[in-house]
Design a protein around this ligand. Structure first.
Ligand SMILES: [Fe+2]
Length: 332
């Protein structure tokens, strides 16, 4: 879910911003080109030199838009070069030949660069997909062990992305951190013994002590993996409560990272709306009431407000895609 290297060259992240940057560079080089003395009236090679600056927008177009971008950019450069040749015709034949040769080089470089960047993008996407599948397998391993939670990890990861969107989080890297953190939030439970993790009845205080360690165990498992260091914070802090009564650190309010505050809401929403051997699931309305009652104590009240703004069909759609039934209201 993270953006590729060429997606973030010079910080441009949207297609419109990238297109505008390429266009602006093209126009700047063209204006510069026509502002220097032409053939025979100034330094002989002034324009020949300036036109080489076209390589910059051309390479950026190839990096950001692939073959199509390279072709459009090179066609624009070709048109300018043709205009110069026509405007100076018959002029200096040697300069015309040199310019036509340069156009050929532009096409060659554009094609090679587009091919290179498309290959790089494919490799990055393959790597990203392999990473995501590895995370799915890790999360699924835990879900299978905790038989009663089924697809909990995948479902909460999808819920978390929906809530993040409602909170106005658009940055692909920030969304990827939230998705990975949500998917792996309970990874540390792998280190909890079966007799505690799968115990059907209530846990003793000593058993809770062991269970609470899952946040730190999960964090330690992920913290040394470069691309999981930020998601590891969600894993560590997802049981912190807004009023400072949570664990493992007892952080309060905005001391708790935003992703962990967001996820705390989703974790409880999912826990109360899915069936357990010892209780029937809450409806969406019932779960919303629980979240509202605990806003300000357990949960960030602003995040609970965002949660309540998300239409029920959105939650229901995510639940359904993850083989779960979510009811709007209690059925009995
Ligand atoms: Fe947990």
């Amino acid at each position: 879910m993270s953006s590729s290297a060429q997606d973030t060259i010079f910080g441009f992240s949207t297609p419109i911003a990238k297109g505008a940057a390429v266009l602006l560079l093209m126009v700047a080089v063209t204006v510069f080109l026509f502002s220097v003395p032409g053939d025979g009236s100034g330094p002989h090679n002034s324009r020949i030199l300036v036109q080489k600056f076209y390589f910059l927008p051309l390479l950026l177009a190839a990096a950001w838009f692939g073959f199509r971008g390279a072709v459009v950019a090179t066609m624009a450069v070709t048109a300018v070069m043709a205009g110069l040749i026509v405007a100076n015709w018959p002029g200096n034949p040697e300069a015309h030949v040199e310019r036509m040769g340069e156009v050929g080089v532009f096409w060659l470089v554009g094609a090679l660069a587009a091919n290179f960047f498309e290959q790089q993008t494919k490799h990055l996407n393959d790597l990203k997909s392999a990473n995501e599948n590895t995370l799915y397998v890790l999360a699924s391993a835990l879900d299978v062990r905790e038989e009663n939670t089924g697809l909990h990890s995948r479902r909460v990861a999808d819920y978390a992305l929906r809530l993040a969107a409602e909170m106005g989080i658009k940055d692909p890297d920030a969304l990827a951190v939230i998705w990975k953190g949500a998917l792996l939030h309970d990874l540390g439970k792998i280190g909890i013994p079966d007799n505690i993790l799968l115990k059907p009845g209530p846990l003793s205080e000593d058993e809770w002590e062991v269970m609470r360690r899952h946040t730190e165990v999960g964090f330690e498992m992920l913290a040394d993996i470069a691309f999981l260091q930020e998601p590891a914070e969600i894993v560590l802090y997802h049981h912190e409560w807004f009023d400072g009564t949570g664990y493992p650190r007892g952080l309060k309010g905005n001391e708790i990272p935003l992703g962990a505050r967001l996820f705390a809401v989703i974790d409880v929403f999912d826990a109360v709306t899915t069936a357990r051997p010892y209780r029937t699931p809450e409806s969406h309305l019932g779960a919303s009431a629980i979240l509202r009652q605990n806003a300000g104590s357990h949960f960030d009240p602003d995040i609970v407000k965002c949660f309540e703004r998300v239409p029920f069909p959105d939650w229901e759609g995510i639940a359904s895609r993850n083989s779960t039934t979510l009811f709007r209201k209690a059925t009995s």
